[in-house]
Design a protein around this ligand. Structure first.
Ligand code: TTP
Ligand code: MG
Length: 401
């Protein structure tokens, strides 16, 4: 039996807990920039029409009494780490799935799922004054869906004989891996819910969707073959470093190289369907000295612009450009398999189509066939020398000498 724990309105709840004046009020957590969007909002705000992803102006329009709070990622990562750490004191079989979600394998516990939920909810509320919702089911898919039904502060346990009725009560889009485009395609095939998927049949689905057809069919039967903690990635990091040809490169030239190396790392992440959270920058000087520093983002990414922004910040914090920089290396770690993240809620546009177009052009015409204009300033264009042998489980760090 698996439990899925998902914090309720996580960032907003942490803000309410740290400022009693906000308690129970409609609040939205936003970013610091002028053209920012709502990353989440309290349930009081949701009842008044505020939604994640709205611009702050839109949100204030639908709910003029809304209090906007600029998010503080440190608070959220601290609370998240504490909660995840607490869960591992109950059982080691915990998979941290996102900043506010975890799967917990309940099989080795001495108490029933309801007692587990009660104990965990009480602890989290006592310690942080925030609530969570817990879904329990035979697999991750059912547990995750169950965690959503009685939000906030919910608990839902789906027994084996209830699975089919339970999944049939959701729209196709609520199922894992079914986005709006796939849902539309299924609708055009006369499939509107999981009952229709089952009736369509596994073989016919496989004819249309290949291997994914089997996945869809199994999901429509409530089957999801994976247990908590089984999906660890075999790759720990993707790194790339580059020895610069220029002597005493200017800061601007270092930025150009940094962009290039960031692009090489993120391109490999996208190619191998990985995303990561931690960016590490390593700077080496002509005298063989070096410095390195890492930074963990509050989200997973496979996007060049996120990796570049983080490495640029790190560069500005640790590098001494007067010391004749000889080598720059960027590594992405904290990886998640089978997930390509092109954009996040803080981005003003959806980068997916741009990255997809760039990646497919480079795949067809050779790496670096299309790249950022400022990368052309670099004397060395290393993407040409990426080892073709790189695999997720193979070479993890490539230094372009
Ligand atoms: P969610 O669990 O999706 O949302 P939530 O916890 O705010 O609300 P719910 O009660 O429905 O679970 O996301 C967890 C946190 O992650 C959320 O509080 C804010 C952050 N977040 C982003 O930064 N960007 C996003 O696009 C989303 C969806 C969430
Ligand atoms: Mg949540």
């Amino acid at each position: 039996m698996l439990a899925c724990l998902d914090m309720d309105a996580f960032f907003a709840s942490v803000e309410e807990a740290s400022n009693p004046k906000l308690k129970g009020k409609p609040i939205a957590v936003i970013g610091a920039k002028e053209r920012t969007v709502v990353t989440t909002c309290s349930y009081a705000a949701r009842r008044l029409g505020v939604k994640t992803g709205m611009s702050k102006f839109e949100a204030l329009k639908v709910c003029p009494q809304l209090t906007l709070v600029v998010g503080n990622n440190r608070k959220y990562t601290y609370v998240s780490k504490e909660i995840m750490q607490y869960l591992t004191t109950i059982t080691p079989d915990v998979e941290v799935y996102s900043i506010d979600e975890a799967f917990i394998n309940l099989d080795s516990l001495d108490f029933d799922p309801e007692s587990f939920a009660y104990i965990v909810k009480t602890h989290i509320y006592k310690k942080f004054k925030i609530t969570c919702s817990i879904g329990v089911g035979p697999n991750k898919f059912i547990a995750k869906l169950a965690s959503t039904v009685f939000k906030p502060d919910g608990y839902c346990f789906i027994k084996d004989n209830e699975i089919i009725n339970f999944i049939d009560s959701f729209e196709l889009k609520a199922l894992w891996g079914i986005g709006s485009r796939l849902a539309k395609k299924l609708n055009n095939m006369g499939i509107f819910n999981t009952a229709d998927l089952r009736a369509y049949g596994k073989e016919k689905l496989c004819k249309v969707f290949g291997k994914n057809g089997e996945y869809l069919y199994k999901m429509a039967c409530g089957v999801y073959e994976e247990l908590a903690n089984k999906k660890k990635t075999s790759v720990k990091s993707i790194g790339h470093s580059m020895t610069l040809l220029e002597n005493n490169p200017s800061v601007d030239r270092c930025y150009n190289y940094l962009l290039q190396v960031s692009e090489m790392v993120s391109n490999r992440a996208r190619t191998h369907k990985l995303s990561g959270k931690t960016i590490c920058l390593c700077v080496r000087y002509a005298n063989f000295e070096g410095v390195a520093k890492r930074y963990t983002l509050p989200f997973f990414t496979s996007a060049t612009h996120h990796i570049y922004d983080a490495s640029l910040d790190l560069f500005n914090q640790i590098a001494t450009p007067e010391k004749n920089i000889r080598q720059l290396g960027v590594t992405l770690s904290g990886l998640l398999e089978k997930t390509v993240m092109y954009s996040n809620i803080f981005d003003r546009k959806n980068w997916k189509s741009i990255y997809k177009a760039v990646d497919s052009i480079n795949k067809k015409f050779g790496s670096s066939a299309i790249t950022y204009a400022s990368v052309l300033n670099c004397e060395r264009r290393g993407a040409l020398t990426i080892s073709p042998a790189w695999k997720p489980s193979g070479i993890r760090y490539i230094n372009v000498k």
